[in-house]
Ligand binder design. Structure first.
Ligand code: TUI
Length: 322
C-alpha cells in the first residue's frame, strides 16, 4: 500500500488527482475517480456558475467521498464560479492558467482546501503565502494550457521553494511516473490524459480513439503567439493553427477566431476538422480503455513494484543497499 501526507490532508486512499480537463471532466468522471480512491475533479472551464452548481450536486449524488472543482482563471465566469464553490463548500479547489491568490482566503473561510496548479517557483511561493494547502507543479509535458518547464526540472525546484505538499503533473501516465514523481519530492500526482479514456469519461469516441492511436511524438504546442500555449494532438487543424501563428499577415484576432470553440468541438462533437484534441505527451503510453478503478489500481500496483526496487543500484553494505 502506498500512502502519503496528501492522502491524510484530503481524506483519499491513493495520492492521485484526476486533472480538471475542460469540456471533459464532469460529475460522472469525477465521482468515478473519487469512488476508486483518488480525487476526482470537475472542470468549471468556461461554464457559468449555475451549470457548475448542478454538476457539483450531481457528483454529490454519485459519491460520498471528497472531490474537487478546477477553476480555469481565464474563464469569463471566474468571479461567479469562485463564489459558487464556496457556497457549495466543495472539499478541494484546484486552479489553472493564472494566480488565484485573491480568492484563496475566501475559500479557506468556507473550509475549502485550495490547491493551485503552478508552472513556476514564483507562483508556487505566492500561493503558499496566500494560504494554499498544497500546489500542483505541472510541467510542459501535460496536455492543454502549459508552462515552459518540464516536470523533471519543475517539481524538485518547487519542492525546494515551498514547505506545503507538492503534487506532480505532466508526463505521468503509469506507476513508473508516480515513482519518479515521489523521487523528485512530490507526495502526489495528477493525471489527465490517462483518465481521458476511462470508461466513465464521456468525451467523444473520436477523441478516445485518437488518444489510443497516438505515438510518443504525436503532440505539439499551439498558441504561443497568443500568450497561452496549448499542447494538443497533431492534427490538420493544429498544424493550420500553427501556420497562422507564423504568418505575420494574420492578426491575433483572426487566430483567436479560428481557435474559438475548438476544444468543445473535439470533446463534445468529436469534430476532426475543427477540433483541438488536447493531450499530454504520455498519450503514446495509453493503450486501452479501462474503468477509473482499474486505472488507479494498475498504476499503484506498478508504482509499488518500482519503488520496492528503488534501492537496487546502491552498492551492497551501504544504507538501503541489498
Ligand atoms: O489550466 C491548465 N490547463 C488547461 S486550461 C485549458 S482551457 C484553455 N483553452 C484555450 C486556451 C487556454 C486555455 C486547457 N488546459 N493547466 C494548469 C496550468 N496552469 N498550466 C499552467 C498553468 C499556469 C500558468 C501560469 C499557472 C499559473 C500561472 O501563473 C502565471 C501568472 O498569471 O502569474
Amino acid at each position: 500500500m502506498i500512502t502519503t501526507p496528501i492522502c491524510d490532508l484530503i481524506g483519499i486512499q491513493y495520492p492521485i488527482f484526476q486533472g480538471g480537463m475542460a469540456w471533459i471532466a464532469d460529475a460522472r468522471l469525477a465521482a468515478a475517480v473519487s469512488n476508486a480512491g483518488g480525487l476526482g475533479i470537475i472542470s468549471a472551464m468556461n461554464a457559468d456558475g449555475e451549470w457548475l452548481r448542478a454538476e457539483i450536486r450531481k457528483a454529490r449524488a454519485l459519491t460520498e467521498r471528497p472531490f474537487g472543482v478546477n477553476i480555469m482563471l481565464m474563464s469569463p465566469h471566474v468571479e461567479e464560479v469562485a463564489r459558487i464553490v464556496a457556497e457549495e463548500k466543495v472539499a478541494v479547489v484546484t486552479t489553472g492558467a493564472g494566480n488565484p491568490s485573491k480568492y484563496i482566503q475566501g475559500w479557506r473561510e468556507a473550509g475549502i482546501k485550495a490547491i493551485p496548479v503552478v508552472a513556476s517557483t514564483g507562483v508556487a511561493k505566492l500561493v503558499e503565502r496566500s494560504g494554499a494547502v498544497a500546489v500542483i507543479a505541472e510541467g510542459g509535458e501535460s496536455g492543454g494550457h502549459v508552462g515552459e518547464i518540464t516536470t523533471m526540472a519543475l517539481v524538485p525546484q518547487v519542492c525546494d521553494a515551498v514547505s506545503i505538499p507538492v503534487i506532480a503533473a505532466g508526463g505521468i501516465g503509469d506507476g513508473r511516473g508516480v515513482a519518479a514523481a515521489f523521487m523528485l519530492g512530490a507526495c502526489g500526482v495528477q493525471l489527465g490524459t490517462r483518465f481521458l479514456v476511462a470508461e466513465e469519461c464521456g468525451v467523444s469516441d473520436v477523441y478516445k480513439k485518437k488518444i489510443l492511436k497516438a505515438k510518443d511524438i504525436d503532440t505539439m504546442t499551439t498558441g504561443k503567439r497568443l500568450g497561452h500555449p496549448v499542447r494538443t494532438l497533431k492534427t490538420p487543424f493544429a498544424r493550420e493553427f500553427l501556420k497562422m501563428e507564423y504568418n505575420s499577415n494574420v492578426s491575433n484576432e483572426e487566430i483567436e477566431a479560428f481557435g474559438a470553440g475548438s476544444l468543445r468541438a473535439a470533446a463534445v462533437l468529436g469534430d476532426e476538422k475543427k477540433g483541438s484534441f488536447m493531450a499530454g505527451q504520455i498519450a503514446g503510453m495509453v493503450k486501452k480503455e479501462q474503468t477509473a478503478q482499474e486505472i488507479i489500481e494498475e498504476i499503484f500496483a506498478q508504482a509499488q513494484e518500482v519503488l520496492a526496487q528503488a534501492g537496487r543500484f546502491i552498492a551492497p553494505g551501504q544504507a538501503g543497499g541489498r
